[in-house]
Write a protein that binds this ligand. Structure first.
Ligand code: DC
Length: 679
């Protein structure tokens, strides 16, 4: 997950491999609420872990549901329709899938059983309409106070125990702004069926009907059957009661699949397809029909239960005209695919985009124009012209408006080399994908290819104990780049020689060991840990004795040669920060920024001394300094790849700089020399 101000994507030229989708947001939050209202315990498998589900979980916990995590499974013990807490102040972030259904359920429960519940969210949530739902609930007898602008959150739902709901008349709700209002009523009103059937009537056209299908499908899993006529009149039978299905699996998110379906259509050419696991032909989500739209634009899609395989078909893609009411969220992805077509794409029926996480029509038009596209927009449509020669793709810093889908959609612009471009793309606030797909960019980088020459590299070389490793790791984190600690490869080679009982100066014996190190560097929760084969070598790698072994094996030309390929393979999208001795001189001579640290031996000895003492390891400054100087001499004077500043390297004397200042100096230099310099 990238919690950084921006992420720069280099020009990408291909995509293949397998992606595993996170759970569906819509299904996750519906399942959580239903499990929270039901009697008994529900084991929820493959739940989405994201901002929107976290606010729902926090709300359920505040209401007295019991949540127990057991590995990948969440066990939710529900309220059985009886409030356990009669007061709560719930913060629901920007999750419409939490705000709307909780508002309805708590309004009904507060009216019948007494209570006082406040629902609020982030500022954008307070601009997203809820008035149609409130207007449907008030005639029922629910007391709903507007705490801000009428018709928008925050809201307070109040009631005294023993209240009555007026369910004799049909409950009327508008269906043309957001289908979430109807979903909210369908999930809440089974609580109000004691006295008789409850009828809900939709006023106006119902948009996003597929989301209502998900709701009905999940209600059925929880024991509630809803009769409906023509998607206009829905009847909940008297005595409806939520019953846990015991176990329920959340399928992968079909809207999230749209980015990878598009990626396959654009960038999976030649060899293997892009395989998407977690959602497939058996999906209950409406956005699975994005497959049809993508196919109309040129994608070749095969599918089966729980999987899709996508390959480029027609190229360039074909522009389409489509009413997108049935796929409101995934339709955004079509707007970016349109850039790669050979005729304009016109998307209609998208008025709901204007009341989502941001005004998505305006946002999309603005950002696509920055890329060089001509875009026309209206109240409920958008027309996107492809970017075609001679009109060039522009290098752009793209805003994401705290909207996960904007970020994911816009990342697809990085494939512009496949349509004659050569532009890097900056995604501002990439962390906003956490709303539904926290690992989106990591997943993307796992399947894309780029011309290595286009993948930016920053090299950080310098003598031993100069703080390269710490600096490189911090710079890599700040940019979201890959990290190569090349010293670790020499250290691992030294260790491998020791474990094999080989003399570390025996070039012919050590070099073959270097070619088959079988190293694995931990990612995510395992970041900072290293394995050689089955053996974890994290601590051994950092020992002084291992450093000395490394210094010896690294003087052997055949060892250096053997480790070249492994090091070059770290040059992957989105970019690389490489630290060592010869990163700028030998491995990555074309690096856009080369740093050479020049901290004095005295300072380095002091630093190392502090480090060792803080770990409780006895040390003597004079000995350490003598050791460092001996190692410097060996690194500087060896015949192959001696330690020296690369041509054009920026010398950085970090003797008196703290780590944050050093990082800032490198980032400032990158701002001037990196590929998005000046954007
Ligand atoms: O940076 P370090 O202390 O982890 O490096 C261990 C040894 O490996 C050091 O003595 C020099 C050698 N090395 C090298 O020769 N070339 C590199 N690119 C990195 C390290």
């Amino acid at each position: 997950m990238y919690d950084i101000p921006h992420l720069d994507l280099p020009p990408l030229n291909g995509a293949s491999g397998t992606v595993q989708l996170p759970g569906s947001k819509s299904i996750s939050n519906r399942v959580l609420l239903l499990a929270g209202l039901a009697q008994g315990t529900t084991a929820v498998h493959d739940l989405l872990d994201s901002d929107d589900t976290r606010v729902m979980l926090d709300a359920l916990a505040a209401l007295g549901c019991t949540l127990r995590r057991d590995g990948q499974v969440l066990h939710v013990t529900g309220l059985g329709g009886r409030l356990r807490q009669n007061e709560a102040d719930l913060f629901l972030g920007n999750a419409g899938t939490a705000m709307r259904p909780l508002a309805a359920a708590l309004a009904v429960l507060a009216t019948l059983q007494g209570g006082r519940f406040t629902l609020r969210g982030v500022p954008r949530m307070h601009e997203r309409p809820i008035g149609d739902l409130v207007d449907a609930l008030r005639p029922l007898g629910c007391t709903i106070e507007d705490l801000g602008q009428p018709g928008y959150p925050p809201l307070r739902l109040v009631g005294t125990a023993g209240g009555q709901l007026n369910t004799a008349q049909p409950i009327r709700v508008r269906g043309d702004v957001s289908s979430q209002f109807l979903t909210a009523l369908l999930m809440a009103l089974p609580l109000a069926t004691e006295a008789g059937d409850v009828v809900i009537e939709v006023v106006g056209e119902l948009i996003s009907q597929p989301y209502i299908e998900i709701t009905l499908n999940l209600l059925a899993r929880f024991g509630i059957t809803v009769q409906h006529q023509g998607w206009q009149r829905f009847t909940l039978a008297q005595g409806s009661a939520y019953r846990t299905p015991g176990r329920i699996r959340v399928e992968g998110d079909a809207s999230s699949a749209s980015y990878f379906i598009a990626m396959g259509a654009i960038a999976s050419h030649g060899g293997a397809p892009l395989r998407i696991e977690g959602v497939g032909s058996d999906s209950i989500q409406g956005d699975i029909r994005f497959v049809e739209a993508a196919t109309a634009m040129g994608a070749q899609v095969k599918s089966g239960p729980g999987w899709l395989e996508v390959h480029r078909g027609r190229w360039p893609l074909a522009g389409i005209t489509l009413d997108c009411k049935h796929i409101p969220d995934a339709a955004m992805t079509l707007a970016v695919m349109a850039l790669y077509a050979d005729s304009p794409t016109r998307l209609t029926g998208i008025a709901s985009w204007r009341v989502k996480e941001t005004d998505r029509i305006a946002a999309m038009a603005t950002e696509l124009r920055k890329l060089g596209a001509t875009v026309d927009e209206g109240a409920d449509f958008i027309v996107v012209q492809p970017i075609q020669a001679p009109q060039p793709w522009q290098t752009a810093a793209l805003r994401t408006y705290d909207d996960h889908r904007m970020a994911m959609c816009l990342s697809l612009a990085a494939f512009n080399p496949l349509a004659g471009g050569a532009a890097a793309v900056r995604i501002l606030d990439p962390g906003c994908v956490a709303k539904t797909f926290p690992d989106y960019f990591e997943t993307l980088f796992g399947v894309v290819t780029a011309d290595p020459a286009q993948v930016p590299v920053i090299t950080i070389d310098g003598p031993t104990a100069s703080g390269k490793g710490t600096l490189a790791a911090a710079v890599a984190t700040a940019l979201g780049y890959e990290l190569l600690d090349s010293g670790a490869l020499y250290r691992a080679t030294g260790l491998a020689a020791q474990l094999a009982g080989v003399n570390p100066d025996d070039e012919a014996a050590v070099a073959p060991l270097a070619t088959r190190l079988a190293l694995r560097f931990g990612r995510g929760a395992e970041a900072g840990r290293t394995w050689m084969g089955e053996r974890e070598i994290t601590d051994e790698l950092r020992l002084e004795s291992t450093g000395l072994l490394a210094s010896r094996v690294s003087a052997l030309p055949a060892v250096r040669q053997a480790l070249q390929g492994l090091q070059l393979a770290f040059r992957r999208a989105p970019g690389l920060v490489a630290d060592g001795r010869d990163m700028g001189t030998v491995l990555f001579p074309d690096a856009a920024l080369k740093i050479f640290l020049t901290a004095s031996a005295e300072h380095r000895a002091e630093r190392r001394h502090k480090q060792l003492i803080s770990k409780g390891i006895p040390a003597n400054i004079a000995d350490l300094r003598a050791d460092l100087e001996a190692r410097d001499a060996r690194d500087q004077n060896r015949a192959v790849s001696p330690l020296k500043p690369a041509q054009g390297a920026k010398l950085l004397d970090n003797s008196d700089l703290g780590i944050e200042d050093s990082v800032q100096q490198v980032l400032d230099a990158w701002q001037q020399r990196g590929p998005l310099n000046g954007v």
